[in-house]
Design a protein around this ligand. Structure first.
Ligand code: NDP
Ligand code: MG
Length: 384
């Protein structure tokens, strides 16, 4: 039986790599749904190759173009944000890969869980914003959340066969990003181009900037809290510049398990889509002679404030992680738009967090209101 896959965000870094995985395993997977924000040309080209049941283009101004191109192929075409949340309910879908960026992933992920689709989760922001609600909903609907993020896939792989053994702690590895070892004084004049150059991974713009500020690791700490049902003090991070060890679990007997391999997102994507099977692959193999030393160092949270802000948000909980995420999304887009400097990303996120009155037990509407409030507050602080 083939698994029917919906890829939300098929035109992005994760989305295109997922399609490579699917193309290599035509007997295991069929593409049911593809979606994009505005990249109509790539969405059309992907649809011509993979022949999905339906596609969604979120930007409605691109609808006619996509519709005209795909009508002769009998592919249903929808547009707009609501269509994104509806299309995940299609009967032919078994697994929804959430590969869109940011808070926009929350609503379609909730809808997919309510439709009892298994989730391959790349969109970490969904768990950062509303991890408690989303994991509870998944449990109620008998839905598994298969991690795609490489660190969380590593932990998930280490936990195979260990489901009844308590975790003492987990250690998420971080590459340290392009500015590892630099101090604040050296980061005042950082350009967009420098920040967009990640040493080990080629990814979308937002997560690449998050990796440079270490906010990505902060988001991942909160993502791990919900995926693996951990207390904040059970989650540690360590900088490991080679990105070969993807993360570690320590059990209550002191034993540690790690998962290793060359940095290649296709591996965790394939593991999430194919679970529990390990499908064959021709991805390049790790060679010890090319990596004579694997090194580790503590993260510099004085310079890279975002990581400690994320720990603060996790400890307080409620709506604070949602505020942090929204302020960060705005800060990153302002940085990419040359409106703020690199170090101001953390400053802006911290300021918005300080101005928020936390709701301890939020309902779904609270997250949407809080997200809007934090975005407006962040924008107002910069643009007035
Ligand atoms: P990209 O920016 O490369 O791709 C994002 C995709 O989502 C594109 O298809 C884009 O469409 C679509 N999209 C963006 N915004 C919206 C929106 N508001 N509504 C609907 N669709 C939207 O991102 P990545 O692939 O790098 O990242 C995707 C997610 O996976 C993120 O949450 C990231 O943190 C996570 N992740 C990514 C990793 C990576 O290696 N890239 C590693 C681990 C996690 P369009 O092309 O038309 O703009
Ligand atoms: Mg990661």
């Amino acid at each position: 039986m083939k698994r029917g896959i919906a890829i939300l965000g098929s035109t992005g870094s994760i989305g295109t790599q997922a399609l490579e995985v699917i193309a290599a395993h035509p007997d295991h997977f069929s593409v049911e749904v593809l979606t994009a924000q505005s990249n109509a040309d790539l969405l059309i080209a992907q649809s011509q190759v993979f022949n999905p049941n339906a596609v969604v283009i979120a930007d409605v101004s691109q609808y006619q173009k996509v519709k005209d191109a795909l009508d002769p192929l009998d592919i249903k075409v929808f547009a707009g944000v609501d269509a994104l949340a509806q299309v995940v309910e299609l009967d032919s879908i078994d697994v929804v890969l959430t590969a869109l960026v940011g808070f926009a992933g929350l609503q379609p992920t909730i809808k997919a869980i309510e439709a009892k689709k298994q989730i391959a989760l790349a969109n970490k922001e969904t768990l950062v914003v509303a991890g408690q609600l989303v994991t509870q909903l998944a449990q109620q609907n008998g839905v598994n959340l298969y991690p795609v993020d490489s660190e969380h896939s590593a932990i998930f792989q280490c936990l195979a066969g260990e489901w009844h053994n308590p975790i003492e702690k987990i250690i998420l590895t971080a590459s340290g990003g392009p500015f590892r070892g630099k101090k604040k004084e050296e980061l005042t004049q950082i350009t967009k181009a420098q920040a967009l150059k990640h040493p080990n991974w080629s990814m979308g713009a937002k997560i690449t900037i998050d990796s440079a500020t270490l906010m990505n690791k902060g988001l991942e700490v909160i993502e791990a809290q919900w995926l693996f049902d951990l207390k904040p003090n059970q989650i540690e991070t360590i900088v490991h510049p080679q990105s070969i060890i993807h993360s570690l679990v320590q059990f209550t007997d002191g034993s540690m398990k790690a998962q290793m391999g060359l940095p290649d997102m296709k591996l965790p994507i394939q593991y999430a889509l194919g679970y529990p099977q390990r499908l064959p692959s021709d991805f390049p193999r790790f060679d010890f002679s090319q990596f004579p030393s694997l090194t580790f160092e503590k993260a510099d949270t004085d310079t890279f404030r975002c990581l400690s802000l994320a720990y603060d948000a996790m400890h307080v909980g409620g709506t604070l992680p949602c505020v942090m995420n929204a302020a960060n999304e705005i800060a990153v887009s302002l940085f990419l738009n040359d409106e703020i400097r690199f170090l101001e990303i953390a400053e802006l996120v911290e300021e918005v967090m300080q101005h928020h009155s936390v709701i301890a037990q939020p309902q779904i509407e609270d997250y949407f209101e809080t997200d809007s409030w934090a975005r407006e507050t962040a924008l107002h602080k910069i643009r007035g």
